[in-house]
Write a protein that binds this ligand. Structure first.
Ligand code: MTE
Ligand code: MO
Length: 245
């Protein structure tokens, strides 16, 4: 997946192995060192899509530590939304638009969720612990009008967008998260607030979330207009309907 292109590729404190073994090392292990040297994002994306699953299926996954975070950003930089001026807006087809400060958001009833986080390119981080507000609770507060059947999410980065059907967005395992592993969500992971769509691939989980708009129909998001499935259920979607671009 070409979202690797602009992303630093380094482990953080969540890395269980503590060893920063990159794709190039994995490629070397597979005897594809030459490909690794030529590595461009397209090659890496191809590797992730085609060999990542093969590595796991072969059992090599148990010796190759592929379960660590990558920090992604499509803009080439990591925004740093100020905590003080932060607003989360819930707008569109609602009776009562919301415009929440961080304090207000954090003051709402919270829920906890521990789930594997899986990127469509093949990496997965087990048992990530999130704290946040159920998206459903925010939508209840705003009052979704009958014409509203879908949700559009925006990021403070100005570029990234995502979508869900309203039905998907009302699930128990969809959070507007403000804590990760019992700490505020880091800037790199999309803090102060990120969407967490636990049953779907990572691209649904918008970082630096600043807007939720109730819409009349699904408007495909950033990766979806680039060929990825709108319904991104882990294991039930192959994530991509087109060849890599
Ligand atoms: N704003 C924004 N949100 C984003 C992305 C991005 O590039 N920008 N990448 C998505 C993808 S493809 C994945 S797998 C996860 C990665 O989350 P992480 O950077 O915290 O590891 O964020 C998702 N949310
Ligand atoms: Mo991803």
């Amino acid at each position: 997946m070409s979202d690797v292109a602009d992303s630093p590729d380094r482990p953080d404190r969540s890395d269980r192995s503590g060893r920063p073994v990159g794709r190039r090392v994995v490629l070397g292990l597979l005897g594809l060192g030459a490909v690794g040297v030529a590595t461009g994002s397209a090659v890496q994306g191809w590797f992730d899509d085609h060999l990542g699953s093969a590595v796991r299926a072969s059992g090599l996954g148990s010796v190759v530590p592929i379960d660590r975070w990558r920090y992604y950003t499509v803009t080439g930089s990591f925004p740093d939304p100020p905590r003080s001026g932060f607003r989360l807006r819930v707008s569109g087809l609602v009776d009562q638009p919301l415009d929440l400060t961080l304090d207000e958001l954090e003051g709402l009833p919270t829920v906890q969720l521990t789930r594997d986080f899986q990127c469509v390119t093949g990496w997965r981080v087990p048992d990530v612990h999130w704290t946040g507000v159920r998206l459903r609770d925010l939508l209840d507060r705003a009052g979704v009008r009958t014409e509203g059947t879908a949700l559009r999410f925006t990021s403070f980065d100005g570029d990234y967008t995502e979508s869900l059907t309203l039905e998907q967005g009302l699930r128990d395992d969809v959070l507007v998260a403000h804590r990760m592993g019992n700490e505020p969500i880091s800037r790199e992971h999309g803090g102060p607030v990120r969407l967490v769509v636990a049953p779907m691939y990572g691209y649904k989980s918008v970082k630096w979330l600043d807007g939720v708009e109730v819409t009349e129909r699904v408007r495909p998001g950033y990766w979806e207009v680039r060929g990825y499935d709108v319904d991104a259920w882990v294991g039930r979607s192959n994530g991509r309907t087109d060849p890599a671009t």
